[in-house]
Design a protein around this ligand. Structure first.
Ligand SMILES: [Zn+2]
Ligand SMILES: [Zn+2]
Length: 206
């Protein structure tokens, strides 16, 4: 198993390219580094990770991307930061959210669409919008801080709608009922001021 024993060290001259990203090595910008877990020769980019290795008294060692994921178990928050902001799985944030439910959503003059909206506990000032509750990538995110909340319904057709505005950006939402709208507003009113809202999770609609 990874990290339990010292790996067979692939020698520098056994490879001409990074064993992960396959980019050729050169003397200046892409030099050889060793992953201390698998012994592969990789570039600095692909070895810019550290993990505790058992064979080395659990000290932090330079490891490659793949080993890092295996050893860390893919749950480290550092890794999430390296991913794009939208590449957060819906199921993951929804399971640990301040609030989540379907809302109708409209941006500018685009048509209304149903979106699975989530404010994660870990990031309670950001609204994540997904096409569906199990999507692995968000459609959009709205950093709520500084937005103005307008809870006047847009029209009689959408009695439970509300709007978030900040300079030129306008996001319109509509809930299915007034209770749902009020729960969202309670959370959003705090988030736009930079305050962490209280968990509304009893609301969770799956
Ligand atoms: Zn590489
Ligand atoms: Zn490795």
């Amino acid at each position: 198993e990874l990290g339990k024993r010292a790996p067979r060290w692939i020698r520098d001259n056994e490879v001409t390219m990074c064993m992960k990203c396959k980019e050729p090595f050169n003397a200046l910008t892409r030099r050889r580094h060793h992953c201390r877990a698998c012994g592969h020769v990789v570039c600095w980019k692909c070895s810019d990770y550290k993990a505790h290795l058992e064979y080395d008294g659990n000290k932090l060692n330079k490891v490659c991307k793949d080993c890092y994921h295996v050893i860390i178990g893919c749950t480290d928050s550092e890794e999430k930061k390296k991913k794009g902001i939208l590449e957060i799985e819906s199921a993951e944030v929804s399971g640990n959210s301040v609030i989540c439910s379907f809302l109708q959503y409209m941006e500018k003059s685009k048509p209304w669409q149903k979106a699975w909206c989530v404010i994660p506990k870990q990031e309670a000032l950001v609204l994540y919008m997904y096409g569906a509750p199990q999507d692995v990538k968000a459609l959009a995110t709205i950093p709520l801080l500084g937005y103005t909340v307008d809870d006047t319904p847009r029209s009689a057709d959408l009695p439970h709608s509300f709007k978030l505005t900040q300079s030129k950006s306008v996001h319109s939402f509509a809930a299915d009922n007034e209770e749902l709208k009020q729960k969202w507003l309670k959370v959003i009113h705090l988030a736009v001021k930079g305050e962490t809202p209280e968990c509304q999770n009893e609301l969770q609609v799956n």
